[in-house]
Ligand binder design. Structure first.
Ligand code: NAD
Length: 554
């Protein structure tokens, strides 16, 4: 790489003026910039968007080169991005994606953190996480509805209508984990959220995701119990190490009803071991990555042992998709898988209908555009009470980070209707500029991840990664604006393969044709994947929605 540029604040272009040769290129450019907006990214100077070291580009030089290429890219060309670096521009056609992205992929036997880190240090790769390296991260809101849905499902499991009168204990207030406090209070519960990084606690309070900070462990319990007894929702930050605090709270027999965790446990260098100072974290892990990894895993073993202790004491406990159980086993705690992952526990029935985190962003930068799309969603799906509750709460309580955006879980048979409606609204001028429509890689048919999305599949097919590969291919063949294929997101290197797509609604007839295909085929992959695994809900759904599955099991 020839460029030697460095960090600087990045903010997405806004308005209707093109800086590129077409809206698809413009959308990719604005969403890349948006991922690095200091309001959006957790550590923008390092190009880190969220999820440990999930990056948007490999280096600042690579970032500049991607921007330059996107500005020159024609409507029948495709830019190739390999682990955050632009490596080629190909003549394709106008139905082809404008950008194809592959991040962090390694051949099976080499798919380990040490090998990945060696290649990263050589400047040959970057960690793309899920929506960091695929340019469709929209801030903490991106996970908020999923977290809200998950906690609503937890309440139902406990035989309750809401979380009112319960206390949830969790850790991690980073890019994704920061959604937990608001998701719990939106369900009327009390949340205790532990983080070693005081700046993350302050950021969540500033963004209105977290309510208050406690002085210490006694103060946190006093505040939590008082709010619980009044049936009042409240989220409380505690500045401490979870590996210390979880066992202490267990020892104190704290009245905790629900326990989970969203520290960046998938990457042992992004989990601060007990006894280490936060201030010297980055130098300590660089000095001796192996020792640091061993100490982090030993701490995770203590942390998870306490979670199992809470489970034995009667609490509802689940892994929230960060591999902490697998890391705890490596740290010496054999009983870590005593509690389930959140997908088999609460989410899989939604995946059977192709439901997952659908999202869109207004390229105008105007919040009024999102307000108009919110109204459109309510008009399109008037019978869905749960969706109405979410859209209404989100409109009231979610502060935008970067370009205004919205997320809501929609499934097969629904997403293309929303996409076509938004495209019409762009064409008619009801929206002031085009909208990009994408999703998380954490979706029903786009990921193989045996500790998370595909944990405990009915037919034992947890580790089969053909599905996300087919998903990327089908989205490429259907007209998506950019398509990405990643390894290791969410749960870490060696543990997942996943794909993403983003498609632009620019108000044209061509966009309508692409949106109809992509937003039908993409969620239908989820239905097909679950039909193939033998889920009755998916089989019924495929039948009633005419999803073609050649060898459907009877
Ligand atoms: P992040 O890196 O932005 O934040 C992690 C937070 O954990 C940081 O604030 C850090 O200070 C804190 N932390 C680290 N060690 C700690 C310790 N010992 N005690 C207390 N706090 C500690 O990551 P993120 O984007 O919030 O993601 C968190 C995890 O969730 C990742 O493993 C990610 O892959 C996973 N994830 C889950 C989902 C899901 O749907 N469940 C989705 C995306 C990501």
């Amino acid at each position: 790489m020839t460029e030697t540029s460095g960090p600087r604040p990045v903010r997405a272009y806004r308005g209707t003026q093109l800086n590129t040769k077409g809206w698809q290129q413009e959308a990719a450019l604005r969403m890349l910039q948006n991922n690095l907006d200091p309001e959006v990214a957790e550590h923008p100077d390092d190009l880190v968007v969220y999820g440990g070291t999930g990056r948007a580009a490999r280096s600042w030089g690579a970032y500049d080169a991607i921007v330059r290429e996107l500005k020159q890219l024609e409507d029948d060309e495709t830019l190739l991005v390999q682990s955050g670096k632009p490596v080629g521009v190909m003549r394709t056609n106008e139905w082809a994606p404008r950008v194809l992205i592959a991040n962090s992929n390694l051949v099976g036997d080499w798919a380990t953190w040490p090998e990945f880190r060696r290649l990263e240090a050589e400047g040959l790769m970057m960690y793309g996480q899920m929506t960091a390296g695929s340019w469709i991260y929209i801030g903490t809101q991106g996970i908020l509805q999923g977290t809200f849905e998950t906690f609503a499902a937890v309440a139902r499991t406990l035989g309750r209508e809401s979380l009112a009168g319960t206390i949830t204990l969790t850790a991690g207030l980073g890019g994704m984990g920061g959604a937990q406090p608001l998701a719990v209070t939106m369900n009327d519960g009390v949340a205790i959220c532990v983080d070693v990084d005081r700046s993350r606690i302050d950021r969540r309070i500033e963004h209105r995701y977290l309510d208050v900070l406690a002085d210490d462990i006694d103060d946190v319990l006093t505040k939590a119990v008082a709010a619980r007894d009044e049936g009042r929702g409240l989220s409380i930050g505690l500045h401490a190490n979870a590996a210390d605090v979880f066992p202490q709270l267990l020892e104190m027999q704290a009245p905790i009803d629900i326990v989970t965790d969203q520290t960046s446990a998938h990457d042992p260098l992004a989990y601060l071991p007990s006894g280490y100072s936060f201030d010297t974290w980055s130098t300590d892990r660089e000095r001796d990555a192996e020792q640091f990894t061993a100490d982090a895993r030993a701490s995770m073993a203590k942390h998870v042992e306490a979670m199992v202790g809470f489970q034995k004491a009667g609490a509802e406990v689940f892994d929230y998709g960060n591999s902490i159980r697998a890391e705890a086993v490596l740290g010496g705690f054999d009983d870590a898988f005593a509690f389930p992952g959140f997908v088999p526990a609460y989410i899989r029935p939604l995946f059977c209908e192709g439901k997952g985190p659908f999202r869109w962003a207004a390229l105008s930068g105007d919040p009024a555009d999102i307000a108009a799309t919110d109204r459109a969603i309510l008009e399109l799906f008037p019978e869905d009470e749960h969706l109405r509750r979410w859209i209404t709460l989100a409109g009231e309580r979610v502060q935008f980070q970067g370009l205004p955006a919205r997320i809501c879980w929609l499934g097969a048979g629904e997403r293309h209707r929303a996409g076509l409606k938004f495209n019409e609204m762009v064409a008619s001028g009801e929206l002031s500029a085009p909208v990009v429509i994408g999703r998380d890689h954490l979706d029903s048919g786009s990921v193989a991840s045996p500790y998370r999305e595909t944990e405990a599949m009915k037919d034992g097919s947890d580790a089969i990664a053909d599905w996300p590969l087919l998903n990327a291919l089908v989205n490429t063949a259907s007209g998506a604006s950019w398509v990405s294929l990643h390894h290791g997101g969410g749960v870490g290197i060696g543990r997942s393969i996943h794909a993403g797509q983003v498609t632009v609604a620019d108000g044209t007839e061509l966009a309508a044709q692409k949106l109809e295909r992509v937003l039908s085929n993409d969620p239908e992959m989820g239905v097909i994947r679950h039909v193939d695994a033998g889920y009755d809900e998916a089989i019924d759904f495929a039948e009633s929605h005419h999803v073609a599955v050649p060898m459907r099991r009877q």
